[in-house]
Ligand binder design. Structure first.
Ligand SMILES: [Mg+2]
Length: 206
């Protein structure tokens, strides 16, 4: 396992590299601040650096989640914060792979509650829910790590694509009604980007 600070460093770099795209997606059906917001938040988390590695991974994820809540305005701070804090709280001090699957479920449930939304509403949950399902399924079937990571990344990609046809039922995009269809959801895209970045890094070995 790479260090938590290294993973967040890679996530922050991916968000930075794709911030303009996130902003464009949000401009189409929201208010156009998603790229800037996420960039500010994940840069702050990456800036915590070795402080994150000095604590158990669960505590580090909670710290990262709190940092996102403090640094990101709008809806995405509390939602991504709930995800990371939910995962972090559910992890035992020295987690094994099945613990991560259970903890991700807890994190996704926290996002559901915070956003009062479900998969199908054209939100980040359209990526996170199938990702969680793929992880739990792969763990239950004892898939080899590389296959498991491929499946999880593929689930994220399919989930993201599914948002294009959906009409938004939550968030600012829902004000557009039917006109929100035909666009990818920016929160789903940032979630897919983060999942893909983590999977790629984990697939690459230590
Ligand atoms: Mg926005």
């Amino acid at each position: 396992m790479p260090a938590v600070s290294e993973l967040f460093g890679e996530v922050a770099a991916a968000v930075r590299a794709n911030a303009d795209e996130l902003t464009e997606l949000d401009r189409a059906i929201g208010d156009g601040d998603h790229g800037l917001n996420l960039r500010r938040g994940f840069d702050a988390v990456a800036g915590l650096g070795p402080e994150l590695d000095a604590m158990p991974v669960g505590k580090a994820l909670q710290k990262a989640g709190m940092t996102l809540v403090m640094k990101i305005g709008g809806a995405s701070g509390p939602l991504y914060g709930s995800l990371l804090m939910g995962i972090g709280k559910a992890l035992p001090e020295t987690p094994a792979l099945p613990d991560f699957a259970d903890a991700l479920q807890a994190g996704v449930d926290a996002v559901r509650q915070r956003g009062k939304s479900e998969a199908g509403d054209k939100t980040m949950l359209d990526v996170l829910a199938p990702v969680c399902e793929a992880l739990r399924d792969g763990v239950a079937r004892s898939l080899p790590a590389s296959r498991l990571l491929d499946d999880v990344a593929a689930a994220a990609g399919l989930g993201l694509e599914s948002t294009r046809a959906l009409v938004a039922r939550k968030g600012r995009a829902s004000f557009l009604g039917e006109r929100s269809a035909g666009h990818l959801d920016p929160g789903a895209r940032s979630s897919q980007l983060i999942v893909e970045t983590v999977c790629t890094r984990l697939r690459g070995g230590p």
